[in-house]
Design a protein around this ligand. Structure first.
Ligand SMILES: Cc1cc2nc3c(=O)[nH]c(=O)nc-3n(C[C@H](O)[C@H](O)[C@H](O)COP(=O)(O)OP(=O)(O)OC[C@H]3O[C@@H](n4cnc5c(N)ncnc54)[C@H](O)[C@@H]3O)c2cc1C
Length: 417
């Protein structure tokens, strides 16, 4: 088949790769002039199936109030007359029950674990490198109450057979030797040895070249204006460079997916949740992290990516603007200077923001729609890098009419009724 993939972020490029591997003639459209330069550009670098959890958890409504009142807290809500935002927030609150959480978590873990396996296979097959490491992640507790409260997480990890280690202060320093300099700040940690790290942007750029080698055509600087539907099928994609046609279409437009789907009657509850990151050059490798350290106190991830440290966090519920709010830089800087004070040079850091395409329940939206030749691969939220390969493989299988290797029925848009 001729397949058009809309969007060249990590999700669109991995989808194109798997479609090409399955023998299709693939074209990818994007408004940018190269792949992976929007949300996939400077995320926190965690490939972390172990942390695959919905934000909509039973304790979140109470925690959210506390976070919003804290200057260094991880949550910011910018209220306004935005019906889609309020609808998303109410829907998320409705998902904050124990029973909904269990269902949503199971769906996310299934995609994330499958994705890690697909990524490993892709790496073996292609030899792709992207400042990647396979050294696990460490969730770091600075307060005894955080360590005491880890029981619930452990039960979930055991339920899904995710290997983990509970570490005391010395164990944390053993896993991340640079923490020795600040050992008095540490109470303990939860380590997930199977998690990985890597630069999502580098991966996307490298995989784009590999996909091009398989025959995928990438068309950049092309803004998609609309999808046109005739007789229950997408008939063409209208862009500022003219119309494009194919036998099948995959929407992988991140946070912008709902804006193009709504006019053709597909209403997906995806909303942009903004996050920020700092990329800091390493000045002393012995004082830098080895892998990802999740600073539980501020919900900030600190990741080693080659000769740089990536520090990422914050959930800002507002609009589609990616302007940099200076106040959001302070929590990232504080977390890094608290834990790795001599690792990087903050005066040369690059500050960035991106929009996570979040569903209110947590799992992404994959596969078929009510329009027979239109598929979705969007709504991966905080975990698009973690889920990219698995989600793309599932969607490629569905486009090809094959049975995916994990249950996919509950991941489609139909789950919203
Ligand atoms: C601060 C932060 C930290 C994060 N940390 C992690 C992490 O540690 N681990 C993890 O797994 N995930 C993380 N994520 C999430 C992850 O980065 C995203 O889920 C992932 O990048 C989404 O990829 P995507 O391809 O869907 O979106 P994008 O990369 O945004 O790609 C969408 C593409 O669609 C194109 N597009 C949109 N509209 C149009 C149009 N009209 N016409 C043409 N092209 C269009 C855009 O140009 C873009 O290239 C983080 C996100 C943020 C913001």
């Amino acid at each position: 088949m001729r397949v058009l993939v809309l969007g060249a972020g990590v999700i669109g490029v991995t989808t194109a790769y798997y479609l090409a591997k399955q023998g299709h003639e693939v074209t990818v459209l994007d408004r940018e002039s190269s792949p992976g330069v929007e949300t996939s550009f400077a995320n926190a670098g965690q490939i972390s199936p172990g942390y695959a959890s919905p934000w909509a958890a039973p304790d979140v409504p109470v925690k959210a109030v506390r976070w919003m009142l804290d200057r260094y807290g991880p949550l910011v809500v910018r209220p306004g007359l935005k019906p889609a935002m309020w609808r998303w927030m109410f829907s998320m609150l409705r998902n904050c029950t124990a029973s909904r959480y269990a269902i949503n978590k199971a769906r996310m873990v299934s995609v994330a674990e499958y994705s890690r396996d697909c990524l490993r296979a892709l790496r073996d097959e292609t030899g792709i490198t992207y400042d990647n490491r396979s050294q696990g992640t460490l969730q770091l507790f600075r307060k005894q109450s955080q360590l005491d409260g880890v029981g619930g997480d452990i039960e979930v990890l055991q339920q899904y057979d995710v290997p983990f280690e509970i570490l005391d202060r010395n164990g944390c320093v053993g896993a991340e030797p640079a923490l020795a300099a600040v050992r008095e700040q540490i109470v303990g940690g939860l380590r997930l040895p199977d998690d990985e790290t890597g630069d999502c942007f580098l991966f996307t750029q490298e995989l784009e070249k590999i996909a091009a080698g398989l025959g995928v055509r990438f068309v950049y600087d092309t803004a998609i204006r609309s999808l046109e539907v005739t007789g229950g099928k997408v008939s063409q994609i209208v862009t500022d460079k003219g119309a494009f046609t194919a036998d099948a279409y995959v929407v992988a437009l991140g946070s912008f997916s709902p804006l193009l789907l709504r006019p053709i009657g597909i209403d997906i509850p995806v909303y942009p949740i903004k996050g920020y990151s700092l990329t800091v050059p390493i000045v002393d490798a012995d004082c830098a992290p080895q892998s990802t350290v999740m600073d539980e106190t501020y919900k900030i991830a600190i990741t080693r990516l080659g000769d740089r440290i990536r520090v990422g966090g914050t959930a800002e519920v507002g609009d589609y603007k990616i302007r940099l709010t200076p106040g959001r830089r302070a929590p990232l800087e504080r977390s890094l200077t608290d834990l790795f004070p001599k690792g990087g040079d903050l005066s040369r850091a690059t500050f960035w923001s991106g929009l996570r395409a979040m569903t209110p329940d947590g799992p992404p939206i994959l596969g078929p729609t009510g329009i027979s030749n239109l598929h979705l691969n969007t709504g991966h939220g905080t975990l698009g890098w973690t889920m990219a390969c698995g989600a793309a493989r599932v969607v490629a299988d569905l486009v090809s009419g094959r049975e995916p290797e994990i249950p996919a029925d509950e991941l489609t848009v139909r789950r919203y009724g």
